[in-house]
Design a binder for this molecule. Sequence first.
Ligand code: ADP
Length: 378
Amino acid sequence: MSKKICIGILGGGQLAKMSTLAASRLGFDISIMDKEMQSPAGQLTHHETIGWVDDHLTLHSFAAHCDVVTLENEFVDHHRIETIEQLGKKVFPSSATIALIQDKLLQKQTLKKKRIPVPSFLAVNDDDSYATLAGKLGGPFVLKSRKMGYDGYGNAMVDSEHSLRDAVRHLSNRHNNLMAESFVRFTMELAVMVVRTKKEIRTYPVVQTIQKNHICHTVIAPAQIASAIAKKAIKIAVDSVKAVNGYGIFGVEMFLTEDGKIIVNEMAPRPHNSGHYTIEACVTSQFENHIRAVMELPLGSTAMVQPYAVMINLLGKHDPQKRMEVYRTALQHPDMHLHIYGKSGSRPGRKMGHITITGNNLKKILKEATALEAEISL
Ligand code: ADP
């Protein structure tokens, strides 16, 4: 029997878990590196490396038994990815792409250089005053950690000198370098998944994302927007991926303004929360297409197999129910798909799972998914 091909994933969270499931179905082996044992993806494979990329030996032995490597978040220092590449292993996305994306300032500069619309932005020094920054960006504005931000943890709205000082102190704990950008008065947030190989590029439908406390809560597919706007969003998403020379799967988050303008918020070089609905609602899920791209194989159709889909995240709540109660509640609805990530502990706001429902009547499935999410406590 020939040796199985092994795909290494840096990080073992829910994105790695869903990628592992897709890879396993295609007959690939998966190797997971995570700081913790029995991560959601680590539970699915015998090839679990415990440790992180900054430990040279661990990184070398992980890379040695992988045929190709990918990642589930953009926080892996691009120099470490370069080390893997120097060991002769391909990484998707490459260290050069990650370098352009993981620093939000560099990412925006890269997109702007390619004339892709982004909010006005600038680098922030500790001693910049509110008046100076608001003079350039308008006030209020958004202060952001240039690196390591997720689920809004690296962001703060700033509307005065006092709130600027507070935010600088608070965000500097996360990462030293900060940037600021104009607050965009958007009417809707949109996202497009793009998957690209050297031979092909495919896009998934434009979706609407609804955030609560800066965390993605609900995704509606397809977004209920004019087709001209959808076309524009898709073109901007494709241009964004090309701008960073990206291969693999990418999520591009955008704002839609009242006057029909589309402005890129940020891009993610990996499967994305806004694409979870593709597991049940599209011919080929974002996870399978990512694995296909990583293996440089032909891509699958990104078309929807049902007219509409709604995905709602199951975020940790204060009083988690007994797990069997969750199953009994969620599975009462015959069209509801339940995903539980298998994280070791719940805390309020932590992404613990999600539900997806597809159908012909958007209003109905949105109502059903919303009602069900309210009943579940994970
Ligand atoms: P993260 O990287 O933590 O996900 P984002 O920068 O994507 O953070 O921001 C999270 C959410 O905060 C966005 O989905 C949006 O709702 C809001 N947001 C971020 N930047 C802006 C902005 N410039 N103007 C208005 N809202 C913003």
